[in-house]
Design a protein around this ligand. Structure first.
Ligand SMILES: [Fe+2]
Length: 481
């Protein structure tokens, strides 16, 4: 199969070859002057053609930034120069194959290439890019997207695979991280302060190797995930990484004080599920003098037979094939009783990539803006065709569907200067028009997404479909955390 025939290397997926930095002037609508800061999105962009099979997750991390300055807008894209990409650039060719092919046996330090292509946050004055399988975190200058190098970490964290979806608490500037691996204790959790000093670090003993994707934080607690989609342990013992949904096991969530100790971890059990992304988490009074930790997110809708039984064998193929079918869901962990309560918030609208006003992370939020997506059975097809605004106070949902040829990507909430209400801001993201074969920046009014983008900015070069994004306000950039 030629490269152009590999779906995730063609069309809106195809990598771009040029790093550019350019003002954006082809604008429909008006760029809000009170929107100041930068939008940055990470995603795969393969630099060197590698032999073997290609998975969408294999490409080298590239950051795409859109800077907003009192109505002026500019775009820049640059690779994250990871150690492995630098090795390949030095060699002038690919040195690793992708996740569909065997890992490098001669490189125990890096059997699979840490592409740093998954997530990006702002921490300690820099952008930090992360990888979903966990590895070194890379530090990138926000002003020109140049890679400084690996994030300096405490001796105890050297070699620890820090995961994507580690969190930054904007109010304290702390970096709260989790790492997971194939050796006991299988997970670690820790907190670095806003200067990079390790404050808290602990093992989180799991029953075996797991594949958590996200975590949640409140001001006082951290919630870690042990979900029953993990390896077929017989195959694992034989050295193969076949996934199995262990539907007879519960989902388990560790609730631990932010700066606690391993002895303070409390495990809560819930129905078997698998999820990528948390929307938010917060603490509530349970009405009887206790505290309840609430967590919202978007687990997969599990395949079930006519009798409602989980079809466990069918499920591992869904994440493997990037099939999208999600619920919006809530868990409540009662610290007084040790009980879990859970409920479907919405099983009508298929939605993922939830975002909130990130200053409110850890505090009760009314709104979650989620990507509206096709319930597709076409593998590797990210038709993220619009947005959903969920109002948890009214229990209502409004949406905007742009048509099946418009593919958006995660659009972080970007607050206006001096915002007051939780939804005083915009959703900023990229959109690929698969009909016109053209990329845009789109800006939605977060208070009313139903009217569609209030501003659409044409990009001079395509932005390949990608993963996570963040908004860093001018105020945060100036503050440094
Ligand atoms: Fe993710």
């Amino acid at each position: 199969m030629g490269i152009n025939e590999i779906p995730v290397l063609s069309g809106g997926f195809a990598p771009v070859e040029r790093e550019i930095s350019i003002p954006l002037t082809d604008i429909e609508g008006e760029v809000p002057k009170n929107l100041n800061g930068m939008y940055v999105r990470n995603g795969p962009n393969r630099k060197f053609e590698a032999p073997g099979r290609y998975h969408w997750f294999d490409g080298d991390g590239m950051l795409h930034a859109v800077r907003f300055d009192h109505g002026k807008v500019s775009y820049q894209n640059r690779w994250v120069e990871t150690d492995s990409l630098r090795e390949e650039m030095h060699a002038g060719s690919a040195l690793w194959q992708g996740i569909k092919d065997p890992p490098r046996k001669d490189r125990p330090d890096m059997p699979i290439k840490n592409t740093s292509n998954t997530d990006v946050k702002f921490y300690a004055g820099h952008l930090v890019s992360m990888w979903y399988l966990g590895g070194a975190v890379y530090k990138v200058r926000p002003d020109d997207l140049s890679t400084v190098g690996k994030l300096d970490v405490d001796e105890r964290l050297k070699g620890l695979p820090l995961s994507a979806h580690s969190k930054v608490d904007e109010r304290t500037g702390e970096f709260l991280f989790f790492a997971y691996g194939k050796q006991s204790p299988y997970m670690h959790y820790g907190v670095m302060d806003r200067f990079g000093k390790l404050q808290t670090f602990m093992p989180v003993q799991l029953p075996g190797p797991r594949l958590p994707h996200d975590m949640a934080i409140t001001p006082n607690y951290t919630i870690l995930h042990d979900l029953p989609l993990f390896y077929d342990m017989d195959a694992f013992a034989a050295g193969r990484h076949k996934l199995k949904f262990h539907h007879t096991l519960p989902s388990r969530f560790a609730v631990v004080p932010r700066h606690g100790t391993p002895e303070q971890i409390r495990w809560f059990e819930a129905k078997p599920a698998y999820m990528y992304h948390v929307s938010n988490s917060w603490e509530e009074d349970d009405g009887q003098g206790g505290t309840e930790i609430v967590m919202t997110g978007t687990p997969f809708r599990l395949p079930r037979d006519w009798h409602g039984n989980i079809e466990a064998d069918k499920f591992p193929k869904m994440p493997a094939n990037l099939e999208h079918d999600f619920l919006f869901y809530e868990w409540r962990f009662n610290l007084r009783t040790g009980e879990t309560k859970e409920r479907v918030i919405d099983d009508i609208v298929n939605q993922e990539f939830p975002v909130i006003n990130s200053w409110m992370q850890g505090y009760k939020t009314r709104y979650s803006w989620n990507v509206l997506m096709a319930r597709s059975n076409r593998a590797e097809d990210p038709r993220f065709c619009g947005f959903v605004r969920y109002d948890l106070e009214q229990n209502t949902c409004t949406s905007y569907h742009a048509g099946i040829d418009k593919w958006f990507s995660e659009a972080p909430f970007a607050p206006i200067d001096n915002w007051k209400n939780e939804d005083d801001g915009y959703l900023v993201g990229f959109m690929w028009d698969d009909e016109k074969k053209q990329s845009y920046v789109t800006i939605f009014d977060a208070r009313d997404i139903t009217k569609g983008p209030v501003c659409k900015i044409r990009l001079p070069q395509r932005v390949p479909n990608g993963f996570h994004a963040t908004w860093v306000s001018a105020e945060r950039l100036a503050r440094g955390y």
